[in-house]
Design a protein around this ligand. Structure first.
Ligand code: ZN
Length: 441
């Protein structure tokens, strides 16, 4: 059994930083314990007044690198990895493990040994999502709203019940609404002494994270893990056969979760095959429109499959909570309230479905981009392995027919389609335009 960082594939540098910081955070807590005892409150009693803030604790440690003051981001120059601070951003391409890294770091902060041992209750409950002092925000719709963020910030200000840290993980921080971002900024600017915010975003570009929030956070960049490292973890952790693991790791282009799905789920493989059949199908205008419809419908089907289970479980849970079928006094009033809650749930589920569709379509476009990238590298005779080994022959034919320039134009058409959808162009219109460009070349 490895420790909590064992699932972070190919991220040695980031893991080293997080390990050093967890150790430094544990040292801060140890230094704080006698302070709390002197103030008459045993460590872990949950009295925030019993603790000094990070700055004071760091001074007590007499280690200027051990803490960074609220608002200032000045990691120790001698050892930039050591400083514990209140706010972090994990960046990296999809599938690189941003949220895995944030959860692992949260576990290390809650670990009773301060290392992220993977065995103690602190590590276990954090990874299982049941730790009382770790809150996880996963936006279900296209954005995280201000109401949700305010409630979260308020709760995050309470003292940690376990006596360690109050951790808030915000997945997809790039999906914060502006108002929600402002609510978060206030908390990050004046952080409660024991509260740590862990944000996950694709990059620190202002489109993803506001400049002001960025300036308050320490950044942990993750890279696209190499295919070899992804394959290794699929074999070791998921017991997947080495040849399947290698194929899936290459086909998923460094996306660990997708590699696992491709290795295990035959339907995921079928959907990918359908996407990679697109270049072959583009024989005319009509075929281009057909291919666009097929791509959109495949994304819808994949999204529906991915949310159906969660939708049903939530509906059942809500009905149980509302005591569906109750006949006692007050049941009528409860049912009136229930209608409102059910409506709320349906609204949330609808926005989650929209998001799942966009994610599925984006994955399909990334696969398609991989095909034209293969054609381009073959036309250039670049000594790199193809992304899609199973369509390498077709990509080779494309390379001959289109030459490097034609392959590049097609690759750009796919990437433009992704940008257009991100900029809120209707997916069907963007995909149709792309298919026509792919056909014309
Ligand atoms: Zn532990």
């Amino acid at each position: 059994m490895t420790d909590v960082f064992g699932d972070l594939v190919g991220q040695d540098e980031a893991v080293a930083t997080l390990r050093r910081t967890a150790a430094s955070a544990a040292a801060l807590l140890r230094a704080a314990a006698p302070v709390a005892a002197r103030a008459g409150a045993p460590a872990g009693a949950g009295d925030p007044e019993g603790y000094d803030d990070l700055d004071a604790l760091a001074e007590e440690l007499d280690d200027p690198g051990a803490a960074v003051g609220a608002g200032a981001v000045v990691p120790d120059a001698a050892d930039p990895g050591a400083g514990m601070t209140h706010a972090w951003i994990f960046t990296g391409p999809p599938g690189s493990g941003r949220s895995v890294a944030a959860r692992a770091f949260a576990a290390a902060l809650q670990c009773v040994h301060g290392t992220g041992c993977g065995r103690c209750p602190g590590c276990h409950t954090t990874l299982a999502g049941t730790h009382a002092d770790v809150r996880l925000v996963v936006p279900e719709g296209l954005s995280i709203g201000v109401g949700e963020m305010r409630a979260l910030v308020l709760r995050a200000a309470s003292s940690p019940s376990g006596g360690r840290w109050q951790v808030v993980i915000i997945e997809d921080a790039d999906r914060l609404t502006e108002a929600a971002g402002n609510a978060l900024l206030k908390a990050v600017e004046e952080p409660p002494p024991r509260t740590v915010f862990l944000l996950c975003a694709p990059s620190t570009h202002p489109d993803d994270v506001s400049v002001t929030i960025r300036s308050r956070c320490r950044v942990v960049p993750l890279r696209q893990p190499p295919a070899g490292a992804v394959a290794e973890v699929l074999v070791r952790r998921d017991g997947i056969a080495p040849d399947v693991a290698e194929w899936a790791a290459a086909a998923a282009q460094g996306h660990v979760g997708r590699a696992r799905r491709l290795a295990r789920d035959p339907e995921a493989r079928q959907r990918r095959d359908a996407v990679l059949a697109v270049p072959r199908r583009l024989t005319g205008v009509g075929a281009a429109f057909d291919a666009a419809s097929a791509l959109i419908e495949a994304a819808e089907a994949e999204a529906a499959a991915s949310v159906a289970e969660a939708d049903e479980a939530e509906r059942a849970a809500l009905q149980t909570a509302l005591g569906a079928g109750g006949t006692g006094r007050g049941a009528a009033g409860a049912m009136r309230g229930a209608a409102g809650q059910l409506k709320d749930l349906e609204k949330r589920q609808k926005s989650r479905a929209t998001r799942a569709q966009r994610d599925a379509l984006d994955r399909a476009l990334v696969d398609l981009a991989g095909f034209y990238r293969d054609a381009l590298t073959m036309a250039l005779r670049a000594p790199v392995a193809p992304v899609h080994t199973d369509t390498a022959t077709l990509a080779g034919a494309g390379a001959q027919k289109w030459a490097a320039e034609g392959a590049l134009r097609r690759l750009e058409a796919v990437l433009e389609c992704r940008s257009a959808i991100e900029a809120n162009v209707k997916p069907r219109i963007a995909v149709e335009a792309m298919m026509l460009s792919l056909w014309r070349g």
